[in-house]
Write a protein that binds this ligand. Sequence first.
Ligand SMILES: Nc1ncnc2c1ncn2[C@@H]1O[C@H](COP(=O)(O)OP(=O)(O)OP(=O)(O)O)[C@@H](O)[C@H]1O
Length: 233
Amino acid sequence: MSLISLEDVWKTYRMDRVEVHALRGATLEVGEGEFVVILGPSGSGKTTLLNIIGGIDLPTKGKVYFRGRDISKLDDRELTLHRRKNVGFVFQFFNLLPTLTARENVMIAQELVDNPRDVDEVLEFVGLGDRANHFPSELSGGEQQRVAIARALVKNPPLILADEPTGSLDLETGKRVLRVMRDINRESRITFILVTHNSVIGEMADKIVRLRDGKVADIKINESPLEPEELEW
Ligand SMILES: Nc1ncnc2c1ncn2[C@@H]1O[C@H](COP(=O)(O)OP(=O)(O)OP(=O)(O)O)[C@@H](O)[C@H]1O
């Protein structure tokens, strides 16, 4: 069974009398344990698609199945529970709480779920065992992003969504962050869906999805994904 299945998903935003069709019939399957990269030009609907998969947003039309359950018509409470239990989020600008240390940022996510991982173990896994008591302002961009990944991982969710996770990092730091995500994916079989402008990142994915004008224009299965260190951009 697929982890996620989108069938003919539309998202229309209405602003005054103007309608914007962010998604125009997107259809996609993502399997358990896959590492998926979604590519597409600015405005093609990547973030909208990710938000709908993650239960941050609801489609205007179409079906979204998570492990066979249609989440496209859940009410706010049900959607919140779905997000809390099933989805970890990683954003371009890290979104850490500045007044909490790295360990505390991870701890507050740990408290949301019934069967979390150990906080120190996940910080160790992302290579920050010795930085646990630092505040975000005392960490580099790459380190902050690894705290954000630890925060997603501590919930032990079946799915982690990442929106331009390397977008504000330099090349080498970006590769380190991608390495951590690939290691988690392999070690825990957590599915990753990563959205980016940078088509080079697609070369490390199991599945490359191209969006164009709110539709899935192309899906490619990558038989020989590269390791993050092998990416060149
Ligand atoms: N809340 C909103 N209200 C109105 N229009 C929106 C909203 N969110 C997105 N849009 C519009 O929907 C379209 C798709 O936006 P989306 O952010 O999904 O694209 P994207 O591919 O992620 O772009 P980028 O790479 O620039 O982040 C764009 O035309 C955008 O302006």
